[in-house]
Design a protein around this ligand. Structure first.
Ligand SMILES: [Zn+2]
Ligand SMILES: [Zn+2]
Length: 352
């Protein structure tokens, strides 16, 4: 047997060639000259085997990953080391350089390749939904029997923004499609139902509230034939806010905190705290709002009584003393409310 390339007949033959000629035409890597990768202009997700994957990856990283996927190594090689470099970008084409070192048939060989990776720019379905204002859910933010307070509006906007920002890292439909302000409240149109549900819970944890969901059929999914629903989430903040005075059963107290499940109230007779589950919302009545709390002065103090002036008619009123008033001096200004003709001292929250 002799080598058809060089005529040498003294060498072992591999695939019909002498070892020297075989190595000359051997390629460590098999790489297509052009590799194409489809990338979303908005979120940098890439299309792979029909699926959009991995948004927010740097363009360079997308190019490297596309190359890595395109490269195949010959089964004869051992101890290979492969280095990828992007030489330059020409528009949407990355000119790349690959260096490979490997051992083949006991010989160390060194090869380099120049290839192109073409970025095909388009818009992924999630981003096109966002561009078209698509939404799956609407949060109808209201307050029960009252207008929303400015601080509730401001803080809720902040909660929505923060929650969407965190969720958007994993859910591309976590965006605000539209915000509509009305006299009775705010409607937040949210791309993803899941995101809207999370936001609703975040708001509820801050202010309490009652929720109700009503799905509305808006058509049919053309590919699956299933009904398409949009979910309207009604979120009503309680009638009362922190610092308001409420009546629960026969107790009168000041609301000192509200969370997703319950209300913490300071009893204005015993000055002890009690909590009421929001499930019992209907049994909690606002008797005075925080704005209706007035001030008065202590005019005398005895071991059993404190005397203050009724701010409405300047009559002197006796109030049984309590250890919570220990630090009060004659002449001090205190907060008071009158409920059913009874005057109550409202302690500063930090004293409770
Ligand atoms: Zn040869
Ligand atoms: Zn996208």
């Amino acid at each position: 047997m002799f080598c058809p390339e060089c005529g040498n007949s003294n060498s072992e033959m591999i695939e019909g060639l002498c070892k020297e000629c075989f190595l000359k035409q051997f390629s460590i890597l098999k790489i297509p000259e052009n590799t194409e990768v489809t990338v979303c202009t908005h979120c940098n997700a890439k299309l792979e085997e029909g699926k959009w994957k991995e948004s927010n990856i740097l363009e360079e990283e997308i190019i490297y990953r596309a190359l890595e996927r395109a490269i195949e190594t010959d089964s004869l090689i051992e101890k290979e080391e492969i280095e990828l470099k992007i030489l330059q970008m020409r528009g949407t084409i990355a000119e790349c350089y690959i260096e490979a070192v490997a051992t083949v048939l006991g010989e160390k060989i060194h090869q380099s390749y120049e290839v192109e990776v073409r970025l095909k720019r388009t818009v992924c379905p999630d981003c096109s939904k966002m561009n078209s204002g698509y939404y799956e859910a609407v949060i109808q933010f209201r307050a029960d029997n009252r207008e929303l307070a400015t601080e509730e509006l401001v803080q809720t906007d902040e909660i929505v923004k923060k929650s969407l920002f965190t969720q958007s890292k994993k859910n591309k439909l976590a965006y605000l499609a539209e915000k509509v302000t009305m006299k009775e409240g705010i409607d937040y149109y949210i791309g993803s139902y899941k995101a809207a549900k999370k936001i609703t819970n975040d708001i509820k944890n801050r202010f309490g509230g009652l929720t109700k969901e009503s799905p509305r059929l808006i058509g049919q999914d053309k590919s699956t034939g299933k009904g398409l629903y949009r979910i309207w989430i009604s979120l009503r903040l309680p009638n009362f806010k922190t610092n308001d005075i409420v009546k629960y059963l026969n107790k009168i107290g000041q609301v000192i905190a509200i969370d997703g499940n319950k209300v913490l109230v300071n009893d204005l007779n015993s000055f002890g705290n009690f909590s009421v589950f929001l499930k019992e919302y209907d049994s909690i009545k606002v008797v005075k709002t925080a704005k209706e709390i007035k001030t008065s002065n202590i005019i005398s103090k005895s071991p059993s009584k404190i005397q203050i002036l009724d701010p409405d008619n300047y009559e002197v009123v006796d109030i049984a003393t309590h250890k919570i008033f220990d630090g009060y001096e004659i002449g001090d200004e205190v907060n008071v409310v009158k409920i059913d003709e009874n005057l109550y001292i409202v302690p500063e929250i930090e004293n409770i």
